[in-house]
Design a protein around this ligand. Structure first.
Ligand SMILES: Cc1cc2nc3c(=O)[nH]c(=O)nc-3n(C[C@H](O)[C@H](O)[C@H](O)COP(=O)(O)OP(=O)(O)OC[C@H]3O[C@@H](n4cnc5c(N)ncnc54)[C@H](O)[C@@H]3O)c2cc1C
Length: 398
């Protein structure tokens, strides 16, 4: 792949690598290297460093204050970030709501929200799923009643990642029950400090906290926070989900996890030899590596067709999501297998990033929680079964 890079792209790689080496705080890199739970402060510190360099909203065009990078530059940035143990940039602001606001929002919304996303001073969360509306999102029931200058919002969202960190939520609400389910939905921006919002944690088995239920009771949302037209939220939500699914090809994560797999399988002995030299295990690792390379090339193709901020098309986005999550899960399976019985030790402090983080042990202990956590990859952003339905309908006309 490197062979195809132009001299300018190679110079860009050097620039990214130097910047990260000089600016990524070592304590954050160490947590990422061991796949430990990061706090809001960890994410924000790194994202703000990137923001000051103009690289937090790195997929945005220059017209919106982004760097206007090509698909190849974005790919270079993502792979070097993964290689050097940078935290994953939280997608809710720069990858999700940002492009919706600059494509469909009004000038006041752009002025109010885009700077905070670019600089990472504001944390966003995604209020889509509800207890009875996950895959069948169009059935969502959180209702927004028209009260003149504001909506009165009542309902419940669930699985809202990092709502406990969030300053704002982009939210799908039902503004009409008259029309077809998809047409009665609107896309609103809600200040998480609004009276009537309760964020209830959903703790994870291994002691970390990412998920929440969000209860909305008589929450006043100014009409000025409606994005685009009332009743057209489904259209904006679909645009956003297609972006999310390309993001969910997870190249950065898989590259990072593949490195860890090599490290663990080289340090683990099997019949007196490093496991990585076992021909059967080695061939499984190689097959997964080949699939990852093919995915990288396909993702690059999708990104170049997207340009800065447009959509890749539903079928391709779904295919990337399926393949990317299958490969990511396959790698965590191989890590789990390589770590063997040592992965059975769960150290809650370690998982939270508070214990002894040095050496191989933390990676070995993290193998089981990580394996189970990554099962979620084929559920969030729309489950893989739903992605297959989309491909069947949109691409195959079934
Ligand atoms: C880690 C993680 C983070 C998340 N973060 C957020 C977030 O920040 N904000 C947010 O709004 N949501 C979030 N979600 C929720 C996520 O979007 C939903 O879990 C997902 O859409 C599936 O919905 P569900 O859980 O209600 O499952 P269901 O829709 O009840 O599906 C259950 C099972 O049935 C299958 N199924 C359902 N319908 C069909 C069909 N028509 N054809 C074939 N199979 C079908 C599904 O594939 C699945 O296997 C997150 C989820 C996870 C796991």
């Amino acid at each position: 792949m490197d062979l195809a890079f132009t001299p300018e792209e190679r110079a860009f790689s050097d620039e990214v690598r130097t910047f990260i080496k000089n600016n990524l705080p070592p304590d954050i890199a160490r947590r990422v290297a061991h796949d430990l739970h990061l706090q809001r402060e960890d994410f924000m510190r790194w994202q703000q460093i990137l923001g000051r360099r103009g690289w937090h909203a790195y997929t945005w065009p220059t017209s919106q204050g982004g760097p206007g990078w090509t698909a190849t530059q974005r790919y270079i940035f993502e792979t070097i970030s993964a290689e050097l143990d940078c935290p994953t940039i939280q997608p809710f602001g720069p990858r999700m709501v940002g492009p919706v606001i600059f494509n469909f929002g009004n000038e006041a919304q752009k002025a109010q929200h885009l700077p905070g996303i670019r600089d990472s001073t504001v944390w966003w969360c995604q209020g889509y799923s509800e207890p009875a509306s996950g895959s069948d999102l169009a059935s969502l029931a959180t209702r927004a009643e028209d009260r003149g200058d504001h909506y009165l919002v009542n309902g419940q969202k669930i699985w809202t990642s990092y709502a406990h960190h969030a300053d704002w939520m982009f939210c799908l609400v039902r503004t009409s029950r008259d029309a077809k389910a998809q047409q009665g939905i609107s896309f609103v921006l809600i200040d998480m400090k609004s009276p009537g919002i309760v964020v209830q944690p959903i703790p994870m088995l291994e002691g970390t906290h990412s998920f929440n239920a969000v209860f909305l009771t008589d929450v006043k949302v100014p009409k000025a926070n409606l994005v685009g037209e009332e009743g057209q939220g489904w259209h904006y939500a679909k645009f956003l989900l297609e972006h999310e699914r390309v993001e969910n090809s997870n190249i950065g994560f898989s590259t990072f996890a593949m490195r860890r797999l090599h490290r663990i399988a080289s340090a683990t002995l099997h019949r007196g030899r490093p496991l990585i030299e076992d021909p059967v295990f080695r061939s499984r690792v190689s097959a997964t590596e080949a699939q990852l390379k093919a995915l990288e090339v396909t993702t690059l193709r999708a990104l170049s067709s997207m340009g800065s901020g447009s959509s890749p098309g539903a079928g391709l986005a779904s295919a990337l999501k399926i393949r990317g999550t299958e490969i990511g899960q396959r790698i965590t399976e191989l890590i789990f297998e390589a770590a063997g019985p040592q992965s059975q030790m769960l150290d809650v402090a370690e998982a939270r990033g508070e214990g002894n983080l040095e050496g191989l042990d933390a990676s070995l202990h993290g193998a089981a929680p990580n394996y189970f956590w990554r099962r979620a990859m084929s559920i969030y952003g729309g489950s893989n079964e739903i992605q297959r339905n989309i491909i069947a309908k949109r691409e195959l006309g079934l």
